[in-house]
Ligand binder design. Structure first.
Ligand SMILES: *Cc1c(COP(=O)(O)O)cnc(C)c1O
Length: 381
């Protein structure tokens, strides 16, 4: 399902080498985490590393890796690592927007967005929202300073046309940021599609093991990124060296994980479509999905998440209990499949029987069999 890369080495080749420093005799391939609050600094302040809230060599390696994956071949692209996806998102929003500005957010975006909206409003920023599907954010763009896209959206899996929206926003003088969490840079490259910022939670599939929180901002405009860096310094929303190093280590398997997990998601989605007790199956890789046409134009892999509905909350809970290879847990993108009844959080506009399913790296036949058996058990009572 991977479209051929247009130029240069393949995604797996790039992923295993991303961000590695030039080889140094007797040094490891990926230098270990540097634990330092401060660095030796005799005399004047010079050189990259002085204080640990500003810079850290372990961040530098990961940030180079992320920039290479988000914008291959673009020497003007750079990235900044943050302590979580929300730290990265907030850094872009709060560094770029001023009192009196207007921002366009997705109405179906990540579940913390209602809180973000409250905070923006408290700072005198006008917040407008519209759904991701059908590029509806276009209609409320006039006069906005920043357009925030989340595609595919979490958890609804709607998709918007990044190129079209970015052109429209730029024509009106607005900046464009894309939350690339669900797609990962191997699934979609927002900067190539015209966005100013590609922002993501690296907590999810990018790192893929469910054992750390991390975020990043990638950008090909040094001035814009300087504002985001300044914000990181002020707020101090920095990643720990250990998490940063683990994330970089995980990138080496990103392509392998993305391939298997995307294939598993599509197989699960196809199996769900055959069931009379399942409805509203959404996955951008399904040819019949409302998002497929746009997704196929701008995505290179369709991600590991499938959403669907069971007839009731009770049946959804029985289904989750009956699964043996799929953990009932939030988040997504890990090598172990997870699923949850999203309505339990209360934040998303979803039905009581709505399930967000994240396909892991299990063997496809085993995963599909587990899902089908759990559906049978959930419906038999
Ligand atoms: C999880 C998630 C975030 C927040 O990331 P954290 O690392 O949990 O702070 C933001 N956007 C999307 C789409 C997410 O799925």
């Amino acid at each position: 399902m991977t479209q051929p890369s247009t130029q240069g080495p393949g995604d797996g080749t790039r992923a295993v080498r991303a961000g590695l420093p030039d080889p140094v005799k007797n040094e490891p391939t990926l230098p270990g985490p540097v634990f330092a609050a401060h660095f030796h600094l005799p005399g004047d302040v010079s050189g990259p590393y002085a204080y640990g809230r500003d810079e850290n060599p372990t961040w530098t390696h990961l940030e180079r890796a992320v920039a290479e994956l988000e914008a291959p071949g673009r020497s003007d692209a750079a990235a900044l690592a943050f302590g979580s996806g929300m730290a990265a998102i907030s850094a872009v929003l709060f560094s770029q927007l001023r009192a009196g500005d207007a921002v366009v957010l997705p109405s179906d975006g990540y579940q913390v967005f209602p809180l973000v909206r409250e905070q923006l409003t408290a700072y005198g920023i006008e917040v407008r929202t519209a759904p991701t599907g059908a590029d509806a954010q276009l209609d409320v763009l006039d006069g906005a300073r920043l357009l925030w896209l989340e595609t595919p959206s979490n958890p609804g899996l709607d998709v918007c046309d990044v190129r079209r929206l970015a052109e429209a926003a730029h024509a009106r003088g607005a900046l464009v940021a894309v939350d690339n969490t669900l797609a990962t840079p191997l699934g979609q490259r927002p900067i190539e599609l015209g966005a100013d910022f590609s922002v993501a939670s690296a907590t999810k599939q990018l790192t893929g093991h469910g054992d750390l929180l991390l975020g990043y901002v990638a950008c090909a405009d040094a001035e814009l990124l300087a504002g985001v860096r300044r914000w990181r310094k002020i707020v101090g929303a920095i990643p720990g060296p250990m998490e940063t190093w683990l994330a970089h280590r995980s990138l080496a398997t990103l392509e392998l994980r993305a391939e298997r997990q995307s294939a598993n998601a599509l197989a699960v989605a196809r199996a769900l479509l055959e069931r009379a007790d399942v409805f509203g199956v959404r996955h951008p890789g399904l040819p019949g999905d409302p998002a497929h046409a746009v997704a196929a134009r701008q995505m290179r892999r369709f991600g590991c998440v499938v959403s669907f509905e069971l007839p009731s909350r009770a049946q959804a809970e029985r289904f989750l209990d009956a699964l043996t290879l799929v953990d009932d847990a939030t988040s997504f993108g890990g090598v172990r499949s997870t699923a949850e009844r999203r309505g339990r959080w209360g934040g998303d506009a979803v039905a009581e029987g709505f399930i967000r399913f994240s396909a892991g790296a299990e063997n496809t036949e085993d995963l599909v069999a587990d899902v089908l058996r759990a559906l049978d058990e959930a419906g038999a009572r």
